[in-house]
Design a binder for this molecule. Structure first.
Ligand SMILES: [Zn+2]
Length: 382
């Protein structure tokens, strides 16, 4: 609990629980005492609490003559005590792994914005019937100046976001610095969860071979590829092959960008369908959209229906934004190659949804490359 034990745990325990002079024994007949202690979980072989799971709580309800019950629980915790393992309140170690320090100005608002994005993401994953029981999140702030910055990224099912991204001015500064037409919190969530699903749905699966045909060889050195991207920029013809400039950095980034784009599309289409939107332009050269053609459940629709509804929708979306003096809501142009990759994402999600609902069936797309199964992808990105 409190280290060093001899200076903190033992004096507190003795003052409360000493059978002769302790306050609990001497007053238990007149005062209702209770007991609660949070215990952070540990990882095997680790001498400090790094497990982000919620802390467990040991409790003895309030009551008279409670010394024996409290002594049993309290003593048991003491005998389980291990040097270096923190047993404190959840805010001490467990909770700060997943939310920022809320006593700092602006962090509460940042956390709220992050949670809004996270919930929208969760809704999309549920509506696409994607499994995400092992997904975790960390919303972290940069430590003291000079310390390594918190990098937004994904590692082994944990999505980390730097809460500075929730600050509009900071995010816009980065967007301009990185020459991006689109940078949002929701976009970050969708991109990072794409890495998670690459590991779950593509890595070591029969889909890997077709992935490589469309996205390239992901065994290319990740760190070098990112460095080259930031130094040299994207290839001049990137728009003919990728959904965004950043997608050209490495096949994993191409996949994550394409995955995020697919989620942008399906969410917006589902919203338009729910609103009953249809387009009947007066001019013949403008796109039409029948409300009945909008896919209400993209995971169960044909990809051609998704993409055919998408173009008219983006046309009206951008025109409405221009009417309000805002930048284009959809600042992208989809090449045929990018559409083929989106189709692959759609089919991957449809196959995963099918497997969720019909466990025991196997996805037979492509011919798997077992030599690369279990390969650990690089984890962090700028
Ligand atoms: Zn990425």
């Amino acid at each position: 609990m409190f280290e060093p034990r001899s200076a903190f745990w033992d004096p507190l325990f003795n003052a409360l629980m000493d059978p002769a002079a302790g306050v609990v024994r001497s007053a238990e007949a007149q005062v209702r005492f209770g007991f609660a202690s949070y215990k952070g979980l540990t990882n095997t072989g680790v001498t400090d609490e790094v497990n982000p799971a919620c802390a467990t709580v040991t409790q003895v309800p309030y009551g008279l003559d409670n010394y024996d019950a409290i002594n049993t629980a309290y003593t048991q915790l003491g005998t389980e005590w291990v040097q270096g393992v923190k047993w404190e309140t959840p805010t001490g170690h467990a909770i700060t792994r997943v939310v920022p320090d809320l006593s700092v100005d602006g962090h509460k608002e940042a956390w709220y914005r992050l949670e809004v994005g996270k919930r929208r993401l969760a809704y999309s994953l549920l509506s696409l019937r994607l499994p995400f029981e092992s997904l975790e999140f960390e919303f972290l702030a940069d430590a003291a100046p000079g310390a390594p910055p918190v990098l937004t990224g994904h590692a082994g099912g944990v999505i980390t976001l730097n809460i500075a991204e929730a600050n509009d001015a900071e995010r816009e500064r980065l967007r301009l610095q990185l020459h991006e037409p689109y940078r949002t919190l929701l976009g970050h969530f969708r991109h990072e969860v794409g890495h998670y699903y690459w590991e779950r749905l593509i890595s070591g699966s029969p889909r890997l071979q077709l992935f490589r045909v469309l996205f390239g060889d992901e065994t290319a050195h990740y760190g070098e590829a990112l460095q080259n991207h930031y130094w040299q920029g994207p290839p001049p013809d990137w728009q003919n092959r990728y959904v965004s400039a950043y997608a050209s950095a490495h096949p994993w980034e191409d996949w994550a960008e394409t995955w995020a784009h697919y989620l942008h599309m399906t969410d917006t289409l589902e919203t338009a369908a729910a609103c009953g939107l249809s387009l009947r332009p007066r001019r013949r050269d403008e796109p039409e959209l029948k409300s009945s053609a909008l896919p209400r459940d993209p995971a169960l629709s044909m990809f051609d229906e998704v993409i055919e509804s998408w173009f008219p929708l983006t046309y009206v979306l951008n025109n409405l934004n221009r009417g309000l003096g805002l930048p284009d809501g959809y600042p992208f142009v989809l090449s045929n190659a990018a559409i083929d990759k989106l189709r692959f994402v759609h089919e991957t999600i449809a196959a995963a949804a099918f497997q969720q609902e019909s466990p025991g069936t196997s996805d037979t797309a492509g011919t798997g490359n077992t030599a690369l199964q279990g390969r650990e992808p690089a984890k962090r990105e700028a």
